[in-house]
Design a protein around this ligand. Structure first.
Ligand code: ATP
Ligand code: MG
Length: 241
């Protein structure tokens, strides 16, 4: 599990996480919603050690992410992360993109890595695109490629940051379908999203971020349909209407 205890994070004098407490259970889908600049992306980056923290602890399966002796490369194999922008290598095919990290980081043989890559491309519905370069894929397909690349490392957790917000509306569904499929497979996920309907339907719990604090945390349907906090209510009114 992932335990986040009183985490504080500043950029210079700007404190963007002001004491975040959260724990994510195995198999849970936790959706993070909240206004621009509230600290959602920063928290994801702190969880996989891309950002330092100034206070508190983040513990992933017993490993303190920010302890001096933590091997971040080993830790990150557990934490697949997919961002809003696509980040595939343009000169490699879809298949080679997915096989790359298992070959380089996990030292898998070329044969094994390519076989597994094919399975992961099939899983995200890109089996027929294995030999295409990323530039030949649609935005939704590129995002699914990014998911396949992350899954190829067999992570225990998947972190998603606004993976559909750069997509044309008609491509959003295919990416969300992949997230739903992952949820059904039991993957533990933290999903930062502006898609409140997705959070309500597919999230187990929702955390509403507001200016560096978690203003409200609860079962997805309750937080979205019947928020307890006035600030959550106001935010949802803005995004839903
Ligand atoms: N590398 C950085 N250096 C300085 N300030 C940063 C950096 N990254 C983020 N910030 C600031 O931290 C605050 C939180 O940013 P963050 O990206 O976590 O917000 P967010 O909730 O993900 O917003 P959005 O919904 O717009 O993606 C913002 O005020 C942002 O300007
Ligand atoms: Mg963000």
């Amino acid at each position: 599990m992932i335990e986040i205890e009183n985490v504080r994070k500043s950029f210079g004098t700007l404190e963007v996480l002001k004491g975040i407490n959260l724990s994510i259970e195995k198999g849970e889908v936790l959706c993070l919603i909240g206004g621009s600049g509230s600290g959602k992306s920063t928290l994801l980056q702190c969880i996989n050690g891309l950002q330092s923290i100034q206070g508190g602890n983040i513990i992933v399966d017993g490993t303190n992410v920010h302890a001096r002796d933590t091997n971040l490369n080993t830790l990150r194999q557990k934490l697949g992360i997919v961002f809003q922008q696509y980040n595939a290598f343009p000169h490699l095919t879809a298949l080679e993109n997915v096989a790359l990290a298992p070959r380089v980081v996990k030292k898998q043989s070329r044969r094994d890595a390519l076989d597994l890559a094919r399975e992961h491309l099939d899983y995200v519905g890109l089996g027929s695109k294995a030999d295409m370069k990323p530039s030949g894929l649609s935005g939704g397909q590129q995002q699914r490629l990014a998911i396949a690349r992350a899954l190829a490392m067999k992570p225990a957790y998947m972190l998603f940051d606004e993976v559909t917000s750069a997509l044309d509306p008609e491509l959003v569904g295919e990416v969300l379908d992949t997230l739903r499929k992952l949820k059904e497979s039991g993957m533990t996920m933290i999903v930062v999203t502006h898609d409140v309907a997705f959070a309500r339907e597919s999230g187990d719990r929702v955390a509403f971020f507001d200016q560096g604090v978690i203003c409200e945390l609860g079962p997805a349907r309750q937080v979205i349909n019947d928020p307890k906090e006035e600030r959550t209510r106001q935010f949802l009114q803005r995004v839903l209407h």
